[in-house]
Design a protein around this ligand. Structure first.
Ligand code: GRF
Length: 198
């Protein structure tokens, strides 16, 4: 029997991509288990999703580090310590809204991937779908997409694991575009994880 791999998922919000991973794990289309879910936000619904299926759901707020020297690095190093306790084969940033520094990334070389709701190199940072929609309305683009990439210290950048195009239709509203990008995210993320885990 092939041993199942171990994932740690970092989230900040609703956790729909986490749910796609949990569903694939349960359906055994992904031969991996989520060992723990971490969030920087206590209200992140993804924590509830994890707790409901008996997975450790860990809130790690940044606030105790605020004002400390090297606060960001100290937070990232402490987070890495806790994540390492779960011995992950792969760490998935699925809607995690903090850029991780080398204090975290260097602990898990080649084992941290991020999901970005735009094509590689496009619209880094928050509100990528909104900004793509505005660019389409201004006639600048007619296509956006999603990217799964290895995480580096730069925002939403790093070697691409998988990406998928999502056309922006003339009839699109922001909410119809968001819905299609979110479907594309789930369709891209789970196979990308599976391919990396071999
Ligand atoms: C996703 O669009 C992800 O790409 C972005 O934040 C969103 C998180 O959605 N970085 P969810 O928490 O997985 O529902």
């Amino acid at each position: 029997m092939i041993p199942r791999k171990r994932l740690v998922v970092l989230i900040s919000g609703f956790g729909s991509n986490l749910q796609a991973i949990l569903d694939a794990s349960r359906a055994e289309t992904l031969l991996a288990d989520v060992a723990a879910v971490f969030s920087d936000r206590s209200a992140a619904f993804g924590l509830t999703r994890a707790r409901d299926v008996g997975i450790p759901a860990i809130h790690r707020p940044f606030s105790p580090f605020e004002g400390l020297p090297e606060a960001r690095r100290a937070y990232d190093a402490a987070l890495a310590d806790r994540v390492a306790d779960y011995d992950p084969d792969l760490i998935v940033l699925a809607g995690w809204m903090r850029v991780l520094s080398c204090a975290f990334l260097d602990r898990f070389p080649g084992r941290v991937i991020n999901l970005h709701p735009a094509l590689p190199g496009c619209f880094p940072g928050a509100h990528a779908i909104e900004r793509a929609f505005e660019a389409a309305q201004a006639g600048l683009i007619d296509c956006t997409g999603v990217t799964v990439h290895f995480a580096v210290e730069a925002l939403d950048a790093g070697p691409v694991v998988a990406s998928r195009r999502v056309p922006i239709l003339p009839s699109d509203t922001l909410s119809s575009l968001k819905a299609r990008v979110q479907v594309a995210e789930r369709a891209t993320l789970v196979p990308a994880i599976a391919s990396l885990l071999g």
